[in-house]
Design a protein around this ligand. Sequence first.
Ligand SMILES: CC(C)(COP(=O)(O)OP(=O)(O)OC[C@H]1O[C@@H](n2cnc3c(N)ncnc32)[C@H](O)[C@@H]1OP(=O)(O)O)[C@@H](O)C(=O)NCCC(=O)NCCS
Length: 204
Amino acid sequence: MTAFRFDDLRQHSDILRLRTGEPVTVRFIEPGDAEALQAYFRSLSTRSRYNRFLGAISELPATQLDQFIDVGQADRFSVVAVMSIDGADTIVGETRYAFDAETDSFEFGLSIDDRWQGHGIGSALLGNLECRAAAFGAHRLFGDTLRSNDAMIGLARKSGFAFTHSPGDWKLVRFEKHTVGAPQEIPCASWRLAAQQMAMQVSA
Ligand SMILES: CC(C)(COP(=O)(O)OP(=O)(O)OC[C@H]1O[C@@H](n2cnc3c(N)ncnc32)[C@H](O)[C@@H]1OP(=O)(O)O)[C@@H](O)C(=O)NCCC(=O)NCCS
């Protein structure tokens, strides 16, 4: 695994583009985001929340919110997608991923604000996640979703993921992708930082 410097999480921020060209900042969550993240989850439709958490919840339990904010704890990371809406930075999406060094695997889930679904944020975020996974040295990305979740299945298919059984739960389907080499199409700050670090190690 590539060693990360999490002392400056903002170094890992990226700017993605909607289909319209509007910018979306993708960055690690910060402690000051706790309230806004909770408000974001509360504002999701019941269906989106159900699909995201694979069950009925109205908001994140306090302990889970604390875990979401604690970037890097147990090799788990939360990232938010933020847009300027009416002059205010607003969370329009989030993703949470876990890196398993033993299997070089990168597991993730994500959600986009219902009002912003269908604008290409999900695809852009997924591309960014592939780049973040490469920065870890992960060779396999995967997630589980409900078999009824056409939007996630459509997004995963479009992004080149294959489908397989989800161990232990027939209601779920697993989408997964094996990656080789460096990300070409959608570079991200994490990848550039990891590449710099590798170059420094080689020349040392
Ligand atoms: C799944 C989700 C993340 C997709 O994000 P999004 O920003 O709306 O997706 P995009 O606009 O980038 O769409 C990309 C592609 O996904 C597919 N897609 C998106 N919505 C779809 C839908 N409702 N039905 C079928 N396919 C869909 C399409 O192939 C689409 O490409 P196209 O627009 O060229 O046809 C979003 O619907 C969401 O947050 N759902 C609730 C939470 C959730 O289900 N999370 C998954 C848990 S792992």
